[in-house]
Design a protein around this ligand. Structure first.
Ligand SMILES: Nc1nc2c(ncn2[C@@H]2O[C@H](COP(=O)(O)OP(=O)(O)OP(=O)(O)O)[C@@H](O)[C@H]2O)c(=O)[nH]1
Ligand SMILES: [Mg+2]
Length: 300
């Protein structure tokens, strides 16, 4: 990279919000690559994921976090610890709010977290594509403006990409002057093994409902580089009961096969070459409470 000018800016920016607000969709959109798993089920993201955007005038290190929720299991306590850690360690906070949803207690709670951390904060009103009339934003803007001194307030659609350039400009403007923190070509801190496991989990979330998303975890157990352009990847899918295992496998193993096909497709896109993906389902009662298993899953 050319030597940065003295006014180059760089820093960490947390994406904070309720489950399903669109934080991971926005991370992927801003980075321009699929880095984080996305689904219409709440609590998709389970740990901090960095996404790096390098521009001529600055470098934004985005920190995607789990949606703010009441922790029940050790898993959820760790997820919320990731949120608090992010709030403490970043330079700027973006509160992401689903503008198409009614305001609830959870919104108040997230707002208080952002206020308490004392960091410069931007309010992002997401999912504007779902609003038939943009005037629907006005009461929301008024409420949030009365609650906090925001550095900027930006309506966006993370899904459609509306207002994304404006958002990047606003964020860079809030960062401290600094040399870049990562190399220009780095997009994330996530190892490919973890990204492959998240792709598999995303496909499971896509094809199952009810309790399955909450009780499922995926770990890449083995990765063989057979050739430079071919890998054999073995992922274990953990559930808590035999009945859940049967749901994931499906009739005549059809569901597991479908999950495997679509996950392999995405993993091959990520790697830029072919792979063989083997999935097996394991029953581990209470994995959500077991520290060493959560450690193995990268949920620390
Ligand atoms: N219509 C619309 N849908 C969106 C937009 N942004 C996100 N979504 C959808 O909202 C759902 C949740 O998106 P995620 O990005 O997984 O949300 P999240 O905030 O990361 O959720 P957690 O990780 O569970 O906290 C997905 O179905 C997305 O496709 C948007 O701008 N417009
Ligand atoms: Mg997420």
């Amino acid at each position: 990279m050319d030597k940065p000018s003295p006014s180059y800016r760089a820093g960490h920016v947390a994406l904070i919000g309720r489950p399903n607000a669109g934080k991971s969709t926005l991370l992927n959109r801003l980075v321009g690559e699929k880095i984080a798993a996305v689904s219409n089920k709440p609590q998709t993201t389970r740990f901090k994921i960095l996404g790096i955007v390098t521009r001529p005038d600055g470098q934004i290190v985005l920190v995607d976090t789990p949606g703010v929720h009441k922790p029940g299991y050790e898993l959820n306590r760790r997820m919320m610890t990731a949120v608090h850690d992010a709030l403490l360690s970043v330079d700027v906070v973006c509160l992401i709010r689903d503008a198409s949803a009614a305001t609830g207690n959870g919104d108040r709670f997230v707002l208080d977290l952002v206020k308490q951390c004392g960091k410069p904060a931007l309010l992002l009103l997401n999912k504007t594509d779902k609003l038939k009339e943009k005037s629907k934003l006005l009461p929301l803007i008024e409420w949030y403006q009365g609650e906090h001194d925001w550095r900027a307030l930006v309506p966006i659609s993370a899904l459609k990409g509306d207002q994304i350039e404006q958002l990047l400009d606003e964020i860079v403007g809030q960062l401290p002057e600094s040399e870049p923190l990562y190399a220009e070509d780095e997009l994330t801190d996530q190892p490919v093994r973890a990204m492959a496991a998240e792709i598999v989990r995303e496909k499971i979330l896509e094809t199952t409902g009810e309790e399955i998303p909450y009780v499922t975890a995926v770990v890449t157990e083995k990765w063989e580089e057979v050739r430079e352009d071919f890998a054999r990847i073995y992922c274990a899918i953990f559930v808590e009961r035999e009945s859940q295992k049967r749901i994931i496998i499906g009739h005549g193993a059809q569901r597991l096969k479908q999950i495997g096909i679509s996950a392999r497709h995405d993993i091959e896109k990520l790697l830029g070459h072919r792979c063989h993906l083997e999935l097996f389902v394991k029953v581990e009662a209470d994995w959500r409470e077991r520290g060493h298993m959560l450690d193995d899953m990268g949920i620390r």
